[in-house]
Ligand binder design. Structure first.
Ligand SMILES: [Zn+2]
Length: 507
């Protein structure tokens, strides 16, 4: 059987140290993945890019708080009562299923958001049976997808692993508002692990039980939902798939300028439209092609309990179809109001110029980093003839340059090591390889997306020059060793072209 792109990519990802299923030694547990030596660096670089967008450019403040939350927080947030999946179990083989997933798998239909009463009827009418053994499925029941634990000994204090990082941002609202000098709008971000006890995760890294999220909560006055930099994005086009079209079974999307989408009432306000455009740019910046990005409006039944409007940023993949990599939710004043009620603390703010009190509303762009990671890998995977490589953006590549002696003798390895060490001291993530032919070493470097290879040859010993080879074009230039750090810096961080940093060589 011919292997598809996903299988080839996952083979590469496991073999070359990007990702692999966790706990393999003990047979593995679904929904958990390890990031290997290269995967960890790539993931970190995706997060760094996210910080560039939200912390540096938007000027948002970052916090870092616990992953375990006491029950009262999640009672107030509604997760104890509403973070529920409908489940069923095979009566024959005992396999548990998330109802929405098993229906999708068996019938191809997406029933996310269908009222509970109708779901059972739908299952019966369609004769949905166990996809594993064909057995009958039992009646549906509710399952809270949070991991429950105890805080301290005994069972007095219940805690949960957080299902989202957002909640502690709401809890800390007063301190953070003060830190922002009492001004709104302001934004707070948190990057960290989220947990969701998925019933039967079958989609590899797309559906994880422990995942990394990057969330931003933008607090604003509901009477003034403007972004100060909206004019920068007003004319940018966004591709939307409206909830009303989905409900009619229409698969067409619409392209519209951000400004127009707000004016026509398609997108709720400027802030939402601004972060939709920002998300699109972020994904493009990671190497996702514009044509593989769309924003799907969740239907009322699909939305989380706290949201009045949600847009999912989706990326088209070969194996999984359109994958949600980020959700932009209009959480209104839901969370702050609920935490005010449950804690007894007044979490409203006073607007001195207008002499009125307001509970801030919230727009939340929330990104799944692991899914984004997968989409970046899939979209960078290139097969040309018998050459396979990852065309990762230069600034994302886990290894920035390979350093190779042309031959494993004549003093070339020793010289190459001095070059390697000098680059490491300058902060470059470089790797040394001396085994096998130079062609095979180039191929190995290309396979993991290393954008440049520096080769030390006999000429190096005469005139202290080395070659730099480009992954995508395989073109080479020659540069002086003393100028190598500057050249790599221009290539990796300034987007310079290869011919601008050295003397081109004939092939
Ligand atoms: Zn079964």
């Amino acid at each position: 059987m011919k292997r598809d792109k996903h299988e080839k990519l996952m083979d590469l990802a496991k073999r070359r140290g990007f990702i692999w299923p966790s706990f393999e030694l003990y047979g593995g547990v679904g929904g958990f993945y390890d990031f290997g030596p290269l995967g960890s660096v790539l993931k970190e670089k995706i997060i760094r890019k996210w910080r560039e967008y939200y912390v540096i450019r938007e000027g948002f403040f970052e916090i870092d708080s616990p992953s375990i939350l006491p029950e009262e927080v999640l009672k107030a947030s509604g997760h104890v009562d509403h973070f529920i999946d409908l489940m069923t179990e095979c009566q024959k083989c005992g396999t548990p299923f998330r109802v929405v997933d098993v229906i999708k798998e068996v019938t191809g239909e997406d029933i996310e958001g269908m009222p509970r009463e109708e779901v059972q009827k739908f299952m019966d009418e369609k004769h949905v049976r166990c996809p594993d053994c064909g057995g009958e499925l039992g009646s549906i029941f509710e399952f809270n997808a949070m991991f429950r634990t105890m805080i301290g000994p005994g069972t007095k204090r219940i805690g949960y692993l957080r299902p989202e990082t957002a909640q502690t941002i709401f809890i800390d609202f007063k301190r953070l508002h003060r830190y922002a000098r009492g001004k709104i709008p302001f934004g707070i971000v948190q990057i960290g692990r989220g947990f969701r006890n998925e019933i039967s995760p079958r989609q590899g890294i797309i559906r994880l039980r422990e995942f990394t999220m990057a969330e931003a909560e933008v607090f604003f006055d509901p009477q003034d939902p403007h972004h100060p930099k909206f004019s920068n994005v007003a004319g940018k086009k966004i591709r939307l798939w409206l909830a009303s079209d989905q409900e009619k079974g229409k698969t067409e999307t619409m392209e519209i300028k951000a400004e127009q989408a707000v004016k026509n009432g398609i997108v709720c306000n400027e802030l939402m439209a601004y972060y939709i455009v920002l998300t699109k740019h972020f994904l493009i910046d990671l190497g996702i092609p514009e044509g593989a990005i769309r924003f799907r409006q969740q239907t009322p039944g699909q939305r989380a309990h706290y949201s009045s409007e949600t847009w999912d940023a989706e990326v088209l993949t070969e194996r999984f179809g359109w994958v949600e990599v980020a959700g932009l939710a209009y959480r209104t004043d839901y969370d702050l109001r609920r935490h005010s009620e449950f804690s007894g603390e007044d979490l409203s703010v006073f607007l001195p110029e207008e002499r009125r009190k307001v509970i801030c509303h919230v727009i939340e762009p929330s990104y799944g980093i692991d899914r984004t990671f997968y989409c970046v890998l899939e979209h960078s995977f290139v097969q040309e003839g018998n050459r396979t490589y990852l065309k990762l953006k230069r600034e994302l590549a886990p290894i920035e340059a390979g350093v190779f002696p042309l031959l494993n003798r004549d003093g070339l390895p020793e010289k190459a090591i001095t070059v390697l060490e000098s680059l490491r001291l300058k902060g470059f993530h470089v790797e040394y390889d001396e085994s096998g032919s130079i062609g095979r070493r180039y191929a190995r470097a290309d396979e993991v997306g290393t954008p440049y290879c520096v080769t030390i040859d006999h000429q190096t010993l005469e005139d202290d020059t080395v070659t730099i080879r480009d992954r995508d074009t395989t073109a080479q230039v020659r540069v002086k060793i003393e100028e190598l750090p500057k050249a790599l810096n221009l290539l990796l961080r300034e987007g310079a072209a290869l011919q601008d940093v050295g003397v081109p060589m004939g092939l």
